[in-house]
Write a protein that binds this ligand. Sequence first.
Ligand SMILES: [Zn+2]
Ligand SMILES: [Zn+2]
Length: 337
Amino acid sequence: MKAAVVHDFTQPLVIEERPVPEPGPHQVRVRIEASGLCHTDIHAAHGDWPVRPTPPFVPGHEGVGIVEAAGAEVRHVTVGERVAIPWLADACGRCDHCVSGWETLCTRQHNSGYSVDGAYAEQALAHGDYVVPVPDGLDPLDAAPLSCAGVTTYKALKVSGAGPGTRVLVSGIGGLGHLALQYARLAGAETVAVDVTDDKLALARELGADHVLDARVQDVAAEVQKLGGAHAAIALAVSNASFQAAYASLRRGGTLVLVALPAEGRLELPVFDTVLNGTRVIGSIVGTRQDLAEVFRLHALGRTRVIRETRRLADVNTCFDEVLSGRTPARLVFDLR
Ligand SMILES: [Zn+2]
Ligand SMILES: [Zn+2]
């Protein structure tokens, strides 16, 4: 089988032939149909973050495909079923985080395309208890971006406490932001979309944002405060200035949810204002299997739209350049069918 492999953090990925892997007792082998390109894959391939993966490894944590082999202990999925391989490859299943519905915080978790081989391949192994079934009729090319970009923003919206009649700022309308905006609208919130490129501002309008702000020429915090301030701000753009603007856009009692992961992001918090305003600042990392099941159901009901373009896995290196240059549509997806 073909796979895109990172051998060296300073070198391009190599497309190579690898032996078809045999699933262990708790694993399934998935024939990948679609594999989304998340910015995290680029950080993984470049070794950008403090905890680095160990080369050689196969990136990819937005894998969708058909189970073609299952180990003897696999109970929850069957051969022939379509499943998603998300960032959370597996967790211990026993710690207080795991048993309280916060498996994404488990300290013994493994991550697809980072600590275990991921979905930039024709076939991939995954834990039978941690793959998430994809409902019938859902396009694999849509399901792939939903497996990270979708569930991550869906969870961020959930933890933000946004509901009907609240005002939600979404900072960064890209692969994540275009979905965050849709989930905020589904939650019944008034939405404020912020970006710095014309096509993403246009996309925000097309997706029905109530207010669209261009951070190149507008003072985001001042404009949002004129509206009454944001009950919640979802920070998806990787710039310190955008974190500060999102924080300053909050109304009293508001919540800033940090999602974007710059290698060296910093947010300076004025303690006095944070205390007096009762501001909450929280981090949110991907989502659980249950969150992803909900994301898939919403999409199957026709409530969300995934903006994406397909590419060939063989072009993975030019795709990385495309994403880094910022000229991509919302999401790139490798079509492996
Ligand atoms: Zn991701
Ligand atoms: Zn655990």
